[in-house]
Structures are given as C-alpha cells and as structure tokens.
Design a protein around this ligand. Sequence first.
Ligand SMILES: [Ca+2]
Length: 167
Amino acid sequence: MSRLQTVRMKPNPAGKDRSRYGASAAQLAAEWVDIKNVSGGAVDLTGVRLCHIAYSNAHPNGRWEQIIAFTGTLQPGQVIRVHAGSRANESQIRYEDLVGADFHLFSGRDEYVWNNDRGDCSSLWTASGDQPFDKACYASPPAEGAILTRVGDALVEATHASASARR
Ligand SMILES: [Ca+2]
C-alpha cells in the first residue's frame, strides 16, 4: 500500500460544471481531489506528481496529463486538497470545499480537471516512475455534487461504499 493515496474526490460539482468557460473561482474550487499521507511517518513530496486521464483528438484513447507537482513534506494523517482553477482566497471557496483538508493547492488553470462524460483516474507518480505508485478511478458519469470516497482502487459514492466494501 502506498504511503500517499488519493482518498476522496468531488469530480462533478453541482451547478456549472458542464461549461468549461465562465466558471467562477468558487465553482472551479468546488472540483477537487484529496491526497492523504496514510502512513505513520512523514512523506517527502519532492518530485511527486498528480495526473489524470485527458482525452483529445490527438489522443482519443486518453493519456496521463499532469495536474500538479508537489514539494515539501506531508505529516502522517495530513491531507492536501488540489482544487481546479487558479489560487482563490479562502473566502471565495465554499465551506464544504474547505473542510477536511490541511492544505489547499490549485491546478493553476481556469478550467475543470476531472472528466464527466468519461471515467477518470487520479494517479500519483514519483519523478522517475514510469507507472503510478497509486491510482484510484471512477466510472462515468460521476453524480453531480457527490463526494466520492476510496474503496479498493475505486472512487465511489458514499452510499455505494459500504456495499462495495462487503464484497
Ligand atoms: Ca468535472
């Protein structure tokens, strides 16, 4: 098990996620993923990269695209939340998008990150790795406004999490 894991995600915030244009800072910040240090020791984040699957005309089958690269150290149990969009004042971010994380980082691009019309995977890579050391995926379409939680290697709605965990 990786010491650093994707544990939670809100890939399809309620409201304006359909348009890639004209979203407010609060709307963009409402799309996020949580990365947690699930180990008992500090984790050096130097060189660790967060990626998702991007589809384009040039890459119709999808390819890994970097969202952000981390620096610094994450203490045991601490959570980094990576929001879509440029850095916003915390006053611009809704309460439910602030709680539950120790640090708030931003993709730096004024567009949504996580796919709605296709599934997607949050993956974590070392600087030199050619495979992710952690990967968690969801199916399309993610329910609007739902916060997905990690069960095995999947990100699922909380109402489904207990059923999946029993399998
Ligand atoms: Ca989305």
